[in-house]
Design a protein around this ligand. Structure first.
Ligand SMILES: O=P(O)(O)OC[C@H]1O[C@@H](O)[C@H](O)[C@@H](O)[C@@H]1O
Length: 281
């Protein structure tokens, strides 16, 4: 293993990995297998947002970066709300680095979680998070069924918080068709055109385009590629941020979650591999 181009810092009971190469740098919390920043060298601007008051010591999920949702999305775990953790249990456990390679301009890292079974999910499987850090960041959450006979179904998401500087200047391009509005009891509505933001937003889009663009001040700023998904989730808590202990009251102005997700269930037969990928360019 070439460990010359990443550093590990231990802090508050957590471990943070910084990967740097000629193209970009990327910081990862091993608690959650959670990408915290992605900074391309050409403009030195972080494409990801982390709340200034995020809890990073492992006591709760990290508000910002790329939380991993698995094996269920939100509270869709089949039990009463609150009985099992929102978004599953990958984002609240320690991960290990199992592979690393760097050729100077591209770094590839594979992370593995300690636990893949728990209350609410009892199937045999292996999970890997593959990161490719270059001028683009490619994040792939891979699930392999190790079951011998039975099939199982899961949901998952790359719940990315993009740093948008000022939400009032932002439009999201590429979404069409209908979405389910969590804020209005899952009412089905058409995607707005233009897709801008002026209030709390919590939507599951049923059309799952491969490419979306975050436009800032009428210029394309971030391109989001997606694969292995059936939905796109768009979330901004707006003033509800004021009631979140790990977000400041105006934090919503700087962030937009655009999540590459499976929310309708993917069924894996024995030996099947599912890969959910997001590419941030
Ligand atoms: O606070 P959490 O568990 O990280 O979830 C944040 C948000 O995540 C989004 O994906 C959900 O659609 C929202 O309903 C939820 O509030």
């Amino acid at each position: 293993m070439n460990d010359q181009t990443y550093q590990i810092e231990e802090k508050d009971g957590n471990r943070f990995v910084t990967v740097s190469n000629a193209s970009a740098s990327c910081r990862i919390s091993l608690f959650g297998g959670h990408v915290l920043s992605f900074i391309p060298s050409h403009d030195n601007r972080d494409r990801l947002w982390v709340s200034p008051v995020a809890v990073l010591n492992g006591e709760r999920p990290i508000r910002g970066g790329i939380p991993l949702c698995w094996p269920w999305f939100s509270d869709a775990h089949g039990k009463a709300k609150g009985e099992l953790p929102s978004h599953g249990f990958l984002r609240t456990q320690m991960w290990d680095i199992s592979e690393f390679n760097c050729d100077g301009t591209t770094s590839e890292m594979v992370l593995t979680p300690a636990i893949t079974k728990g209350p609410g999910f009892s199937y045999e499987c292996a999970v890997k998070l593959r990161l490719k850090i270059a001028s683009e960041l490619t994040v792939s959450l891979e699930t392999t069924s190790l079951e011998e006979q039975q099939a199982f179904t899961l949901n998952c998401a790359l719940h990315t918080y993009f740093d948008v500087n000022n939400i009032a200047d932002v439009a999201l391009e590429g979404l069409a068709g209908e979405y389910k509005d969590k804020l209005e009891d899952w009412a089905v509505k058409p995607a707005p055109t233009p897709y801008t933001f002026s209030s709390e937003t919590d939507r599951i889009h049923q059309e799952a385009p491969k490419t979306l663009t975050i436009v800032a001040n009428q210029s394309p700023y971030i391109t989001i590629g997606s694969a292995g998904h059936d939905s796109i989730v768009v979330w901004n808590p707006w003033q509800s941020a004021a009631s979140m202990s790990d977000m400041d009251a105006f934090g919503y102005k700087q962030m937009l979650c655009v999540e590459t997700a499976v929310t309708n269930g993917i069924t894996l037969n024995p030996g099947d591999i599912h890969t959910l990928t997001q590419v941030i360019a």
